[in-house]
Design a protein around this ligand. Structure first.
Ligand code: TPP
Ligand code: MG
Length: 700
């Protein structure tokens, strides 16, 4: 390409934050590209030191990465993947900062030594923003598309910041990562909602050792033809000028027209896949690829622009010195301290006390499902940043349990809307929505369908705060109707709390009354951390005999309950004449226990956990120590359950006080809950079964 015929006299870059000429732009780009190469070479030369922690570099991909990084503004969000160290150089991150992460040092600006090289997260005023980046290939597509959805939401509801240039989201992806199913969920939403996002796909035709012809039926340009409304540009990503112009054009369109675009940049992979998977083991195309080195191309373009060799040599010398000293300094930088491991597991919540009125006078009891609805209605009326989305929650139905009925009519279809059947998107998009300051309340239709969303919950949502070293908490509520109820059958009855409580970094509520559901929903909303609300659908309307007490007076608007505070459902004294016991339970268990307790004369105490994470250990242990006998009651199959693990904790902490083993009562260990009502009854716990267990335990 003859660069001289390009119409790029003056070009603004954020990197230098001022208008500069094309020659100056090319020189800046060359400086950065040479930096990336010098770093790759140094990391290889010093591999004894650098490969302690696995890393990948951008070698071969630098031109398109720099073209992108250099044009982003502080209001933009970018999600680079692990090969994008040149994007990071392009936005102004220094080699020293990158090397701090390479060596997992304490001052690593992204994660404080918690995550790998080029896994950034950044929240500096004068830089583009970067949410936490995981290693899961393609997993950044949904959170980043969530950012774009948040930007558009703010514009459409009139709460966006007033800026001369509107922000955009950029999601960078490797070619092979695009075959992940979640990536197409993201494309679907970006196309459907016309979101202001740029996808950059860097196509090196490699998926570690698997070649393009083995793993894809079409390249990304062809693939995008299935997504109406995402315009694609296919380019040679080794040509800096071409890349710069294409990125510039796309960014302009997205800033102004608020729609999605994709750049398919063809690039060679010149370095190893990672420091641990080396090119010499399996690559037979290295010679061919070397002919396409973007650095050599840019060097030639500098000559075409009559930039003196001596000037280029000076740049190279300066870069070599900088990279060397940065490396030496990074080696000397301090490691994290052991106690640093405990920082930023959860962001502090302002909700620490029960407040407001739980049972205002003059009101009649309200079913649990409406207590949740009213909580959300009050929150949405007060907070324009609150919105609700999920399957069927929109205007026509208001949720399959009518748990969101009237909300779309009251707050409009921008704030309460249906999503496609994409649990991964529903869950993972909250990361991006939260990053732009919104408070997403989302739903999966049944606990049985949380599985497709679980990857996002684990990989992205739960770890964002910890791995960004406290920069990006994810404030979201995930509502999950759960539990068995009247022959719901194997796919509408499951309990999932044991899996969820194994995910660290999320909070989990499992209220058993309307008042608790309302108070905890409020606490969840003001909590800066991700919260899963498990809502037993058998309690929603108190239709099941014996669950009438799930229906309560609706607390007032101020009512709020801190997480980690159990509820005393039934208290009894420790007696000399008869043994007593405590039942630690939650959800439907509260009603099995309450009904069973009627068969015993003041011998049963019942503690409702209300939240499974955090857990009110003090209240649990106190009750166990008082009664010396304990049942942990759950609706889940017993083996390897949350309840069994809690029982172990109780045994360990209350050992000297126990007169009997801590008994776990729950469902039978079977793969699914059968639909036939007799089989369902056989599998699940109930009041009668519990009475027998209590009798046994009291005999000790
Ligand atoms: C979900 C997931 N599966 C597998 C991996 C292991 N893995 C790491 S990189 C990679 C290949 C990705 O290729 P591509 O997206 O084309 O990026 P490239 O490395 O070629 O730049 C794989 C399979 C992973 N990180 N995440
Ligand atoms: Mg690839």
């Amino acid at each position: 390409m003859n660069v001289k015929c390009l119409n790029m006299e003056m070009t603004k870059t954020h990197f230098l934050n001022k208008e500069i000429s094309l020659t100056d732009l090319l020189k800046s780009a060359y400086r950065l590209m040479f930096t990336a190469k010098t770093m790759t070479d140094l990391f290889e030369k010093e591999k004894k030191i650098t490969s302690k922690y696995v890393h990948a570099t951008s070698r071969g991909h630098e031109a398109i990465q720099l073209a992108l990084g250099m044009q982003l503004l502080p209001q933009d969000f970018v999600s680079p993947y692990y090969r994008d160290d040149s994007i990071l150089l392009g936005i102004g991150i220094t080699p020293y900062e990158l090397m701090l992460q390479l060596l997992a040092k304490r001052d690593d600006p992204f994660s404080g030594g918690r995550t790998y090289y080029a896994h950034p997260s950044l929240r500096r005023d004068d830089f583009p923003k970067i949410i936490h980046q995981s290693s899961g290939t393609g997993m950044q597509a949904i959170p980043t598309t969530g950012i774009a959805m948040g930007m558009k939401y703010k514009e459409e509801t009139g709460i966006a910041e007033n800026l001369d240039e509107k922000p955009i989201a950029v999601c960078s992806l490797g070619d092979a990562s695009c075959t992940e199913g979640e990536v197409s969920e993201a494309f679907q939403m970006a196309a459907l909602k016309q979101l202001p996002i740029l996808y950059l796909v860097q196509d090196n035709e490699w998926d570690i050792s698997a070649s393009a012809d083995e793993i894809r039926a079409q390249d990304i340009t062809q693939y995008m033809q299935g997504f109406n409304g995402i315009e694609t540009r296919t380019i040679d990503g080794t040509d800096f000028i071409k890349s710069y112009e294409t990125v510039k054009e796309c960014i302009k369109i997205i800033r102004e027209e608020r729609r999605a675009m994709l750049i398919h940049a063809k690039v060679p992979l010149l370095n190893h896949h990672t420091s641990g998977v080396r090119k010499e083991w399996y690559r037979d195309d290295l010679e061919e690829c070397a002919k396409n080195d973007p650095l050599i191309k840019l060097r030639n373009q500098l000559s075409e622009f009559s930039i003196e060799d001596s000037e280029v040599e000076t740049i190279e010398k300066e870069v070599a010195e900088l990279v060397r000293t940065d490396f030496e300094n990074a080696i000397l930088a301090e490691d994290p301290k052991p106690e640093d491991a405990y920082k930023h597991d959860f962001a502090p919540t302002p909700i620490t006390e029960e407040k407001g009125e739980r049972s205002p006078s003059g009101k009649i009891p309200t079913v649990m499902v409406d207590c949740a609805l009213f909580a959300i209605r009050e929150l949405m009326a007060k907070h324009p940043e609150a919105l609700l989305y999920g399957q069927d929650v929109g205007l026509r139905l208001g949720g399959v349990f009518r748990e969101a009925i009237t909300l779309a009519a009251q707050f409009g279809e921008k704030r309460v809307f249906n999503t496609p059947i994409q649990e991964a998107f529903i869950v993972g998009s909250t990361v991006g929505m939260s990053a732009v300051g919104l408070k997403p309340i989302v739903e999966v239709q049944f606990a049985d369908y949380i599985w497709p969303g679980l990857n996002q919950l684990f990989t992205e949502v739960s770890r964002s705060y910890y791995l960004s070293n406290g920069k990006w908490p994810v404030s979201m509520i995930l509502r999950v109707p759960i539990g068995a109820y009247g022959s719901g059958g194997p796919y509408h009855s499951s309990s999932v709390e044991s899996v969820l409580t194994n995910i660290k970094g999320i909070k989990i509520a499992y209220p058993s009354t309307g008042a608790d559901l309302k108070g905890l929903m409020k606490a969840a909303f003001y909590d800066p951390n991700p919260v899963v609300m498990l809502e037993h659908k058998g309690l929603y309307w108190s239709k099941i005999e014996g669950t009438e007490n799930a229906k309560t007076i609706e607390p007032d608007e101020e009512y709020i309950i801190p997480f980690g505070k159990a509820r005393e459902v039934l208290l009894c004294e420790n007696r000399q004449d008869k043994p007593t016991l405590t039942i630690i339970t939650y959800g439907m268990g509260v009603y099995w226990a309450s009904n069973a307790a009627k068969e015993f004369n003041n011998q049963i105490e019942i503690i409702d956990l209300r939240t499974l994470a955090p857990l009110d250990e003090n209240r649990i242990f106190e009750s166990v120590k008082k009664h010396n006998r304990c049942i942990v009651l759950t609706e889940e199959p017993v083996n390897n359950s949350f309840a069994q693990s809690l029982a172990a904790r109780i045994s360990e902490n209350c050992f000297r006080h126990l007169d009997a083993p801590v008994k776990v009562v729950g469902a039978k260990d079977l793969p699914a809950i059968p639909i036939n009502s007799e089989l369902e009854k056989e599998m699940l716990p109930n009041t009668q079964k519990l009475i027998k267990e209590i009798e046994q335990l009291l005999k000790y």
